[in-house]
Design a protein around this ligand. Structure first.
Ligand SMILES: Cc1ncc(COP(=O)(O)O)c(C=O)c1O
Length: 326
């Protein structure tokens, strides 16, 4: 089984964008205050732009785009999307012109949108506040680009595709190696789940190359049944891509931490982020990391999590400067 993953992944093209491995660090002061050993997997330090989890996703997506001889990338999400900003940033690195579709009407340039402006990304707004309005608009923009002779690589919101999920399948191998050197390794990795691609890669990796840790996603946008099904579907499809069937993906998603809505900071999340900043000198973003950490703190305080646990610090620094708003 081990060989199948390595062989399969090795056969899939990847552009090297991230500085890897990212550190696995003990969160010593936070651990003392909780009475639970906590480790941080620092994917905010992936080393391009302001870092973040999606850089791993984009290593496989951009290789796929280059393999298809595309000359531009079209994707979308909200104006404060870390995903679209990193997609644009890394597309440029690979020589592809980025086009981004945002739901809603134009908003002031802050956070990730400000960074898009400095990158020169062509940003289009759908004029419809529905998040799903992006999906049709991406296809429409891609069709227009094809009509003028361009060769777009089209990626859905969050880069949540089987190819994109390979980024975290690979991250699982990296983390597994890091954990194996610890005398008392964490028995779970907690992380934020948005579009689900990050969870899916880890879940597929754990199914194919078993590790003694559970993947626990905390949904920050979709209802639990929807994101659970999405993670399961993506994990299975990612396994198929590398010729290694993922038969029974173990998907564990926690709900109850979205607060008043996706993209809007929650009081529990803000408190969790402040605790982490003041103890560990690490900033958690308000949209993903802060809410996932709120869930983990609750589980530690209730006694549900008592043994060593890992947390994926997934980036999102630009939204610290965007005063909420997805
Ligand atoms: C900072 C950050 N953390 C976590 C996530 C969640 O990742 P996924 O969409 O793969 O579930 C995202 C998604 O954009 C993100 O930007």
């Amino acid at each position: 089984m081990t060989r199948a993953v390595h062989t399969g992944l090795a056969g899939i093209a990847r552009v090297e964008l991230a500085t890897l491995p990212t550190p696995l660090q003990p969160a010593a002061r936070l651990s003392d205050s909780l009475g639970v050993p906590v480790w941080f997997k620092r994917d905010d330090l992936t080393g391009i732009g302001l870092g973040g989890n999606k850089v791993r996703t984009l290593e496989f997506l951009l290789a796929d785009a280059l393999g298809q001889d595309c000359d531009c990338l079209v994707t979308g999400a909200g104006p404060q999307s870390n995903w679209t900003m990193l997609a644009a940033l890394t597309a440029i690195r690979c020589g592809l012109e980025p086009f981004v579709v945002c739901y809603g009407d134009p908003v002031p340039d802050r956070g990730n949108l400000l960074l898009h402006r400095s990158l020169g990304t062509r940003v289009h707004f759908t004029g419809d506040p529905e998040r799903s309005s992006v999906d049709d608009a991406i296809d429409q923009l891609a069709a227009e680009l094809r009509g003028v002779g361009r060769r777009p690589y089209v990626v859905p919101r969050g880069g949540a595709t089987p190819v994109g999920a390979l980024g975290y399948l690979r991250a699982h191998i990296e983390l597994r190696t890091q954990l194996s050197s610890l005398p008392e390794p964490p028995t779970a990795l907690w992380l934020a789940a948005g579009s689900g691609g990050t969870c899916a890669g880890l879940v597929a990796g754990s199914a194919l190359l078993p590790a003694a840790y559970d993947v626990v996603g905390v949904t920050v946008s979709r209802p639990v049944p929807e994101i659970t099904a999405q993670v399961s579907r993506l994990a299975t499809a990612a396994g198929e891509l590398i010729g290694a069937p993922v038969t029974d993906p173990a998907v564990e998603i926690r709900g109850g931490w979205i607060g008043s809505g996706y993209g809007t900071p929650s009081p529990e999340g803000e408190r969790a982020a402040a605790l982490v900043a003041r103890n560990e000198s690490v900033f958690l973003d308000p949209v993903f990391g802060a809410k996932a950490m709120a869930a983990l703190l609750d589980a530690c305080r209730s006694g549900e999590v008592a043994g060593p646990v890992a947390f994926l610090v997934s980036g999102g620094a630009p939204t610290l400067f965007a005063a909420g708003g997805s």
